[in-house]
Design a binder for this molecule. Sequence first.
Ligand code: NDP
Length: 311
Amino acid sequence: MIMLVKTGGEASLPEWRSLFAALLPELDVRWWDDPTVAAEDVAYTFLWAPEPGRLATYPNLRLIISSGAGVDHLTADPHLPAHVPIAKMGAAEAVARMREFALATVFFHHRRFHSFVANQRLKRWEDDETTEAANRTVGVMGLGTLGLPSALALRDASFRVKAWSRSARAIPGIESHAGAAGFDAFLAGTEIVLCLLAATPETAGIVNAATLAKLPRGACVINAARGSHVVIPDLVAALDGGHIAGATLDVFETEPLPADSPVWTHPRILVTPHVASFPNRAARARFVAEAITAFEADRTVLNRFDASRGY
Ligand code: NDP
């Protein structure tokens, strides 16, 4: 049973092999470009951004496991074999790490640290409006594997939490809105918005000038999902115009963020280098081993990508 690995660079192969040897000794772990592997022997792939057309060359492929939660790097392949299920990385540690990131960045903006960071550059001693978390409304876009636990953690930290997803949800202590019809009500009064949406054609560019204008003056924006969600020129304009007070961006259309991006030097944008939730290799190997074990037992696919929904 061969699994091809393409994540972390070829130098990481010995570490992957030793992790999987302890978890699934029967799994033969090989690097993506191993010339000695016969295509028909490949049963599993654990990867990031395969070259288009390559996955279609494995006739006995049973399961594709994405080494990250997003699958845009796979669905971009026009020859992706549609009959092979895809498991999205869903390590428990990934959830815990995103929950931490949500709390850290929401508290950063809640306590107006974006103002203090901007003012420090100017040696300006100026307080800013503060309030208790219980008086602050946070809106979470996306209530999936990462969004729901983050929303619950924010609720448990006393924030007033609103959420927006595709399907309506009833979650105690969270004001839930759904679909296009519920978007404006979600935005109204949301002072800190945290984007944890799936990246689909419908959600591309969703944080744009019109959306930002519907948030109250002084609102802050956090994007920990995908760069495609935020229209950067619109965000910068809203920051410069004073309607939006601060932003934290973890993900970008082009990564690493190019040196000439205005985002790097904007005094009210905190840039984090796609680190919101990045479980270590041991945690990801555990998820892959669980996914293969479940699949082998009864073809259950953990954290499955649903092509009809696009995420
Ligand atoms: P899931 O697929 O589990 O959840 C996606 C959520 O988006 C769901 O709540 C879904 O609604 C909602 N959604 C999708 N389309 C729409 C729409 N048209 N309108 C409203 N809501 C919609 O994703 P994850 O929680 O696993 O990941 C969330 C994001 O985080 C992804 O973009 C992923 O790539 C990114 N990510 C970022 C990392 C980082 O380090 N920055 C690390 C890992 C992931 P519904 O619940 O109704 O289905």
